[in-house]
Design a binder for this molecule. Structure first.
Ligand code: NAD
Ligand code: LMR
Length: 334
């Protein structure tokens, strides 16, 4: 089997460690690293010495680099764009990143229209709708193949929950679905559905529960503040991004079944989701069963606690505005 993965924004804080993680996946036979900065060629030369199968090449804009990086790609991962500084929201990144994602999506539509596309660039709540609108305009949109990567919220949920219950080394045990979007109050970790269940000493203590959910929702700020102007989460994001991509690869290309990961996907016309959340949104993060076609099935959000249901209301309002902002960025004539 041959499998080509293209990573766009490969010289960045996320791109470099994510490229390294992708390189060590034995299923990947070709790894194309694209960035607008020339150092990407050095990053590719460096990573290419790792003795795994993926033939690794670096491309910049020169010599039709984006075209060469994307042609034949079956999976495209996009961490291209600017990160936050303290005091900024993810939406503050819209002005720069919207155009970056639009242009990259246009190139994907042209050079690898059938690829699975995993968008990391913020604000994810808007950049995924932007990519979808570009694909629709190009006639290549397949809702089963477009994913907003929200896995860092899932990763944080298990780590921070384990810490909150005084079992910090137990983080890997807890699988917690996260639904909604990827920004502040739109991030809705369903702690009541943790497997294994979290203890009553947490779930029954409103103050502790509130503090934990707030910490998960604003986990990105912890890193942005600690890095003090030097960027946002890169290493944990590379871990989370790789985790999602290798799960997708295992379901789409390696025949693995029962692979379920939350992701921010196209949910328009999903009547059962609309009746669960009380509103019809074009995009929403839900647990997704992955398969050869990408999205095999959207799984239900499931039963929410009373507190989670109240948080869902707050999430829906912000999310719907972010989706419309992304859609009008492409649809409104400039
Ligand atoms: P970074 O600045 O370190 O790296 C971004 C890279 O993108 C740079 O190398 C830059 O040259 C490149 N780039 C810019 N325009 C490009 C273009 N048109 N084509 C290709 N490459 C281009 O930033 P980072 O820390 O790696 O973060 C990247 C993005 O990921 C940010 O928008 C950040 O907010 C987002 N992010 C998302 C999540 C998530 O959970 N989804 C988590 C962390 C960060
Ligand atoms: C995160 O959640 O860490 C990312 O979305 C980056 C950010 O801006 O916080």
């Amino acid at each position: 089997m041959s499998l080509k993965v293209a990573l766009l924004g490969a010289a960045g804080g996320i791109g470099q460690p994510l490229g390294l993680l992708l390189k060590q996946n034995p299923a990947i036979t070709e790894l194309a690293l694209f960035d607008v900065v020339p150092v990407v060629k050095g990053v590719a030369a460096d990573i290419s010495h790792v003795n795994s199968p993926a033939v690794t090449t670096g491309y910049t804009k020169d010599d039709d680099g984006l075209k060469h990086a994307l042609t034949g790609a079956q999976v495209v991962v996009i961490p291209a764009g600017v990160p936050r500084k303290p005091g900024m929201t993810r939406d503050d990144l819209f002005n720069i990143n919207a155009g970056i994602v639009r242009d990259l999506a246009q190139a994907i539509a042209e050079f690898c229209p059938k690829a699975f596309v995993c968008v990391i660039s913020n604000p994810v709540n808007s950049t995924v709708p932007i990519a979808a609108e570009v694909f629709k305009a190009a006639g290549t949109f397949d809702p089963k193949r477009l994913f907003g990567v929200t896995t860092l919220d899932v990763v944080r949920s298990s780590t921070m929950s384990a810490q909150a219950i005084g079992d910090p080394t137990g983080a890997p045990k807890y699988t917690i679905p996260v639904v909604g979007g990827h920004s502040g109050v739109t991030i809705l970790p369903l702690l009541s559905q943790s497997k294994p269940a979290l203890p009553e000493s947490l779930l029954g203590d409103n103050e502790k529960l509130k503090a934990l959910i707030h910490r998960i929702q604003f986990g990105g700020d912890e890193v942005v503040e600690a890095k003090a102007g030097a960027g946002s989460a890169t290493l944990s994001m590379a871990y989370a991004g790789y985790y999602f991509v290798q799960r997708l690869i295992s379901a789409a290309f390696e025949g693995k079944t029962g692979v379920v990961e939350p992701s921010y996907v196209y949910t328009k016309d999903e009547a059962s989701l609309a009746s669960e959340i009380g509103e019809s949104l074009d995009f929403f993060s839900v647990p997704v069963e992955l398969g050869p076609e990408g999205v095999k099935k959207l799984l239900p959000v499931g039963k929410l606690s009373e507190y989670e249901a109240s948080l869902l209301k707050a999430a829906l309002g912000e999310l719907s505005g972010s989706i419309s902002k992304g859609v009008s960025f492409i649809q409104t004539p400039k």
